[in-house]
Design a protein around this ligand. Sequence first.
Ligand SMILES: [Zn+2]
Length: 464
Amino acid sequence: MIPLDHRSRSVFLSTAALWLGLSMCWVQPGSAQAEMLTREGVHLRLTSDVANEATLDEFVSSFDAAVPQWCEFWGVPTSQISRWKIDGYLMRDESTFRSMGVLPANVPKFRYGFASPAAIWIHQQSTAHSNRHLILHEGVHALAIKLFGGGGPSWYMEGTAELLATHRDRQVDSSARPAGLLAQASNRFLINDLPQTRQESPMWGRYRVVDEARHAQRLPTLASVMKLPINLAGEVESYTWCWAAALMLTHYPDTREVFIKAARNGSDQTPAFTTKVYRQLQQQWPVIRARWQLWLNDLEYGFDPESSQVELSVDDPRYNNTRLTSSIDSKLGWQSMGAWFNKGTRLKIQGTGSCVIVDENSVATDADDLSQTRDWTSGPDGVTVKYHRGQPIGQLQWCVLPIPSPEAKSLSPLEIGSVSSNETVIVEIKKPSWLLFRIHDIPGHNGRYQRSDNRGSYEVVVSP
Ligand SMILES: [Zn+2]
């Protein structure tokens, strides 16, 4: 996964040029014969011993569809890369490629994929989605070397590559949607498009990693992710954190530009790169650390990076022991009371109102779904016929969110509780914190039970 330095470029170009004069040939590694196939697009010439024309064609066209989107992400005109083309090797049997000289000896052993300025190598994976993901991931590295001289340190390089390789499996996607305009839109190959279900991204596994770490209470702090060593050696867990960080920093409007512009310093893989990013975001940093904690808590299939953003500010006024009221929108994730609560503050919380938590027109996807003829209305107690993460959907929840410690390596668990209709909840603030609320629901847009079909809000009252 780590790009080679530029001295290797000429070596790769000469061997690759020799080999790729042929579009198909037979080679003899040991006693077995392997059929080689090369398919060529605008930006990728893909050679593989996985001899399936249609599959390789599809990978090449996905790659060509992704390249202009990468340029758009970086703000680079596509005219700058109109002649950019790399060789890609999708390998079932690595030794074949070694013996042919297209996988040179100075490319070290690697677990999944490897990028150089002029070529990428991928070990064949068990699904088309994983192969495509790796081809795109290594392609991002190769293009970053071309445009910026490198991808920066691990957290940034791998985070960007993961972000720009993430996509939904189009075959699953198009069959799951109705014909017409929507189907056409879904046929456009999109990068940075989050899989909504496990079926759209078999073996992707990012949400599983987050879920396991969440249960084991070892979610990393953002600072520890940004200090990951330069060689991650294909460790899936580290890639997940880099991706989650890139996803968050590119979705919040106040960090997006700094993150994307940092790509220009890609030739610097030292901690100085990270220090520069940190300095530009210094004012927001306490808020970013707190956002990160919520972000990791919420990541799962259906996660929406837009509606999951929470408004926090270090300039929020201190709570002055008055009665605060707020309306909590059922369509959004965590919502702040807009104040900063001092340590030792004792709060009374009450919630009232009702919202539509399941729209009557939302279509069921589960085989064991309950029948439905009208909207499901919920109050703060929630609807106890459908649970998510152990709590009923529609439940009014509070969260006390302190600024996570900058020294800690892993995050402390979030303090989350619920508010029933006829109850006053007492919350003690143990560290200086924000106070957030949300209406609990399953994230996402598809299926009967998901946040996006909600309507209405609850009222909360916070008093001393
Ligand atoms: Zn990589």
